[in-house]
Write a new protein. Structure first.
Lengths: 310, 418
């Protein structure tokens, strides 16, 4: 029971963070057809910018300022990088973002060093909020929960209830028609790209001190974000949400299960000392998203809730 | 009006010049190199170049020829290589029996077989899709395989990997494969075989069909071929040649670690092939040579060499999508059309502009690196002292960059006006 409650809470928080990261990527991917390899790098930039801004001022300024800076960087990348490469096709765009991820990794190493930086939870939130099953639950995790839910509502309101959201939604499926109606589609692209990067940056700001802020965080997070987007389905924020929660819960629960294959398939005569039998479910946890990715792409190419094939 | 298609066929001399002569020259080059007495480091470098050339060409069978972008091609190198290291150990341990009669020289063939097998198994589900889904599946498979590699120690040897001994077993052609120069002959032979076979593959109906599938899968279906099947077959061949390069690496390095299956070498080969130019058969060869050289030499000079590599890659993607080979053949075409002076002048100006920008970028990166490490080390190229607070540093960081950008833009604008 104890494990289930904790896994559920942690899984939801991880899932919400994943959604925050992948919502921007889903928008960018559906609208421009570009799978942005550097998206997780913007998440990393968010964490590092927050660390620097926090050093100069305080956490609350960083929470606002860092995502904005990341968003501006993202807009610059779209304006002077991606738009240029666009003429050479999707593969060139994909490769551009691939190279960009490489570059951002290296620049981060130059500016902030190769080891992790001491980006910490602010004192105002660094206390146990409540105690369940004799274990304390940190207030910062609940803060992450609230920020993520707030962002979720804001995004939903922006996309579904405002005029700008209407145009973005139209551009998701019919970019040419939106262009013919007189809207500046490249500007919309730039805005969405910037906003997507800012969301990734926000995830970095609140995730960087929850996990750890080091130059490897982009590489660790990057592939999982792709899994969320592809599993969720093209053009579907709801799908991305479901997929993010699914993967968040799946991974968190898998880590807490100590059973090995021998325990499960023991009735088939699998010995617990054999190489295959000694693998635990917990050690399989990092692989599960990729297993899901490959299966989904083969069985259901549109993703869980997408309306088009990737 | 009928077209006489027989008349469109290239003449015998053209065929010889375009298809056979380059291979002969390549073979001659491979044979001549050892007579210059290369050092041990150079030989190791050359051997790795050979391995990477085969790998990059195998990769380009998919990306350049079949239009399939994969992020996990090192999986096949890794599987082929691991299989070969195991065979090396079996040969070593054998006492009579089958493996005692297998020469180490044949390793690339075993790697080829293993790569083909892996390609046939993994390719079956992944080749049902093309484009971005295919790339994503390859990424997922690569992550899965890398995780597997760390799990099954009996085949992959855990973090330490598995090592073998290339000097065991019967000798072939009198090569004991002990000293590096004998390994060079081994690598040179198989590099040539790999290059020749992969070039021959582009001339086969399947090779031509793979290009057609890249350009227009629908029309391939109209003329009665199944694009999925074409992709699958090409995928098997590409995996096989990647496995072959793994077999070559197993003999050269005598060790394989799970790292060799990871996304890092897969990304490196992608960068190599693209920098070289994926539209040309020779592109990946040039890219592999340049990248291997950079990997082994530039990393000695600067801790930031990956940054330079990333910059180079982005610049190629943005400004020279046809890569090094595109520049070489573009220049060759201009010379043949008698526009040598004009093109050469433009090229010289552009090169000057790029060189100016490079000066600034290097100054910025090197000074920043030393500053961020915080040991107070000063960047001192050619006897100049460039501390981060000196005016000269800032001038060198800004002026050549601005001048270079202005120059290249100016040349581009002039070229567009014509």
């Amino acid at each position: 029971m104890e494990t289930i409650v904790f896994s559920l809470l942690n899984g939801i928080i991880y899932g919400l963070l994943l959604f925050m990261l992948s919502s921007g990527l889903t928008l960018i991917f559906s609208m421009m057809g570009v799978l942005n390899f550097a998206h997780a790098s913007f998440y990393m930039l968010g964490a590092y910018f927050a660390y620097t801004v926090m050093g100069a001022t305080n956490y609350w300024v960083a929470l606002i300022l860092a995502p904005i800076i990341v968003g501006v960087v993202g807009m610059g990348v779209e304006r002077w990088g991606l738009r240029r490469v666009h003429a050479n096709g999707h593969v060139a765009e994909l490769l551009f973002t691939f190279g960009l991820a490489y570059l951002i990794d290296e620049i981060v190493k130059i500016v902030w060093g190769r080891t992790s930086v001491n980006y910490q939870v602010p004192d105002a939130l660094n206390f146990p909020l409540f105690t369940i099953y004799n274990a304390q639950y940190s207030a910062y995790r609940i803060f992450i929960l609230f920020v993520a839910i707030f962002m979720l509502c804001a995004l939903w309101y922006l996309l579904k209830k405002t005029r700008a959201g209407l145009i973005i939604q139209a551009a998701l499926t019919h970019p040419h028609m939106v262009g013919h109606l007189g809207h500046n589609v490249p500007a919309i692209f730039m805005g969405v790209f910037g906003a997507g990067c800012a969301l990734a940056g926000l995830a970095g700001v609140i995730g960087g001190n929850y996990f750890i802020t080091d130059p490897a965080m982009a590489v660790q997070m990057g592939p999982i974000v792709f899994v969320v987007v592809v599993v969720g389905g093209l053009g579907s924020l709801e799908g991305a949400f479901v997929a993010a929660m699914l993967i968040g819960l799946l991974q968190t629960f898998a880590i807490s299960i100590n059973a090995s294959f021998a325990d499960i398939f023991g009735f088939l005569g699998l010995s617990p000392t054999s190489e295959f039998g000694s693998i635990t479910i917990a050690s399989m946890a990092p692989m599960l998203p990729f297993l899901l990715l490959v299966l989904i792409l083969i069985v259901r190419p549109t993703g869980l809730m997408g309306d088009r094939e990737v | 009006m009928t077209t006489d298609y027989a008349a469109l066929e290239p003449s015998r001399s053209e065929k010889f010049r375009q298809r056979i002569l380059p291979l002969i020259l390549f073979a001659l080059l491979l044979v001549v190199i050892p007579f210059f007495g290369p050092s041990r480091t150079t030989l190791t470098l050359l051997n790795h170049m050979g391995i990477n050339i085969v790998f990059a060409l195998a990769f380009n069978m998919l990306l350049g020829r079949a239009g399939l972008l994969t992020f996990g091609h090192a999986v096949y190198v890794g599987l082929g290589g691991y299989f070969c290291v195991h065979i090396l150990n079996w040969i070593d341990a054998s006492d009579g029996g089958f493996w005692s009669s297998v020469p180490v020289f044949s390793m690339p063939i075993w790697g080829f077989a293993m790569g083909a097998l892996a390609g046939a198994v993994i390719g079956w589900p992944s080749c049902k899709r093309s484009g971005t889904p295919f790339a994503m599946i390859s990424l997922g498979v690569a992550e899965l395989m890398a995780a597997f590699a760390y799990m099954f120690d009996s085949f992959f040897g855990g973090e330490m990997g598995i090592s073998g001994d290339r000097m065991s077993g019967p000798e072939f052609l009198g090569l004991s494969l002990g000293p590096l120069d004998e390994v060079y002959w081994f690598i040179a032979f198989w590099t040539f075989v790999g290059v020749a076979l992969m070039f021959a593959f582009t001339r086969t109906p399947l090779g031509k069909l793979s290009e057609a599938t890249r350009d227009n899968p629908e029309r391939v279906q109209f003329i009665g071929f199944n694009p999925t099947r074409v992709r699958y077959l090409v995928f098997i061949f590409s995996g096989a040649f990647a496995g072959m390069s793994g077999g070559m690496a197993a003999v050269q390095d005598e060790i394989f670690t799970p790292e060799s299956l990871s996304l890092i070498p897969s990304g490196a080969v992608l960068i190599a092939a693209y920098i070289g130019g994926i539209r040309y058969f020779t592109g990946p060869i040039m890219g592999a040579i340049v990248l291997t050289y950079m990997q082994s030499n530039l990393s000695d000079y600067s801790a930031g060499w990956l940054l330079y590599l990333g910059l180079l890659f982005i610049c190629v993607v943005m400004f020279v999508p046809n890569g090094i080979a595109g520049m070489v053949y573009g220049g060759y075409d201009a010379v043949r059309k008698g526009k040598t002076a004009e093109v050469l002048g433009q090229f010289a100006l552009r090169a000057l502009g790029v060189a100016l920008m490079a000066v600034s970028v290097i100054v910025i990166v090197e000074v920043a690196f030393r500053y961020s490490e915080g040991y107070g080390e000063v960047f001192e190229p050619f006897g100049l002292s460039l501390p981060p607070e000196s005016v000269l540093t800032w001038i060198l960081a800004v002026v050549p960059l601005a001048a270079g950008i202005w120059l290249t833009r100016h040349v581009t604008r002039k070229a567009e006006e014509v």
